[in-house]
Design a protein around this ligand. Structure first.
Ligand code: 0PR
Length: 349
């Protein structure tokens, strides 16, 4: 019996979305290719080079180095790993706002690096002065987030770059989710806006690529060199990625999605996401709920737990923030009709 995946009709909390049709096709064709062995699989390796080039265009980096990772967790871990390997200390730490994704906890644990979390300001963004206060001569990496997981906030990246420079640390920007929306805003977040060293930008989130397709980018080749290990029995001599065998489907799917959507398709997605988030925020506010106003297309609202449970029982996939607010991520598959039907259910439960 054929088993089907669930459809996206009532999914409001996911950061993944319906892949672009071209991306689905490309993924299917490259299912058995391994970009981890680029000399045996040169076709997919070429696609990966082109994906990195385009990710460079998206993020304002003219000579990008990087690769297609398994996701944001791997890309963030690699940023920490590169910074740790390059740091001249035996007791490295990473300084980040407390709004960072939990993948940094995994990275700190795996890599045996201390993670120092600074409180965010009342605007839910990193506070550069607090970050600076936690940083010291053992700080290998400062992290900023461009599109936080819970509230879609964009940290003040240029000020965080200054904080990193003051202690001679690298700066990493986690734009795993926000990276395909931010080019169409006036936030300063990219390699072109500040001296960012590494970045996470995931095609399998707002990029409409199939899972798994994360993105790791570096300004300097030395960062990838700091990640590379020798691979004596492969034709290629070294490997910077964390995983060995990797998904050709992810790479080819990301390539097809970027080809189809950068820049106009992503511009349209960003505009539709923004309009939908604003519409939903207004609809919830007019019903008397406290709403965290959307910056990037995520809406959080203080809706009682029992109401959320009733909506979940209606099949709506909604998840709470750490503070218990209901959170809706306006991904490309989230249409106005879906939101209208969600609000109608909210009125009736
Ligand atoms: N950085 C940020 C800012 C993220 O939001 C996430 C994931 C990551 C890194 C890690 O990325 P990977 O999950 O690709 O390793 N944010 C969502 C989360 O963990 C991911 C997600 C996706 C959640 C789909 C639910 C879902 O259905 O909450």
């Amino acid at each position: 019996m054929q088993r089907d995946p669930q459809d996206f009709g009532r999914v409001l909390s996911s950061m993944c979305t319906e892949p672009h049709p071209d991306a689905r096709d490309a993924a299917r064709r490259f299912l058995a290719s391994n970009p981890g062995d680029p000399t045996t699989y040169p076709a997919v390796a070429e696609l990966e080079r082109e994906v990195v080039e385009t990710l460079g265009e998206v993020t304002g980096l003219s000579d990008p180095h990087g690769y297609v990772a398994s996701g944001g967790t791997e890309a963030n871990l690699q940023a920490v790993r590169a910074a740790r390997n390059l740091a001249e200390t035996t007791d490295p730490n990473v300084v980040a706002p407390e709004s960072v994704h939990f993948s940094f906890r995994k990275a700190a644990d795996v890599l045996d690096v201390e993670l120092r979390l600074a409180p965010v300001g009342s605007d839910l963004r990193a506070d550069p002065a607090k970050i600076r206060r936690l940083a010291d001569e053992d700080t290998a990496l400062v992290v900023g987030v461009a599109g936080t997981t819970e509230y879609g906030r964009v940290d003040p990246i240029p000020a965080l770059a200054n904080a990193a420079a003051a202690v001679d640390a690298l700066l990493h920007v986690d734009a795993a989710w926000g990276g395909f929306v931010l080019p169409f805003t006036d936030w300063a977040w990219s390699f072109a806006d500040a001296s960012v060293d590494t970045m996470t930008i995931d095609p399998h989130k707002m990029g409409r690529a199939p899972v798994p397709a994360g993105g790791f980018l570096a300004r300097d080749e030395a960062i990838l060199d700091a990640l590379a290990v020798d691979t004596p029995y492969l034709e290629s001599t070294s490997q910077a990625a964390l995983t060995g065998t990797r998904s050709g489907a992810g790479v080819a799917g990301a390539h097809a999605a970027l080809s189809a959507l950068w820049p106009d398709g992503y511009r349209e997605n960003a505009a539709r996401g923004r309009e939908n988030a604003e519409w939903l925020a207004d609809a919830l506010e007019s019903r008397g709920y406290d709403v965290v106003a959307p910056v990037l297309p995520i809406v959080a609202a203080d809706i009682p737990e029992t109401t959320v449970e009733a909506l979940q029982a209606e099949g709506w996939r909604v998840s709470p923030t750490g503070d218990g607010e209901l959170r809706v991520v306006c991904m490309p598959h989230v249409t106005r009709e879906m939101l209208e039907s969600f609000v109608a259910d909210l009125d009736s439960v």
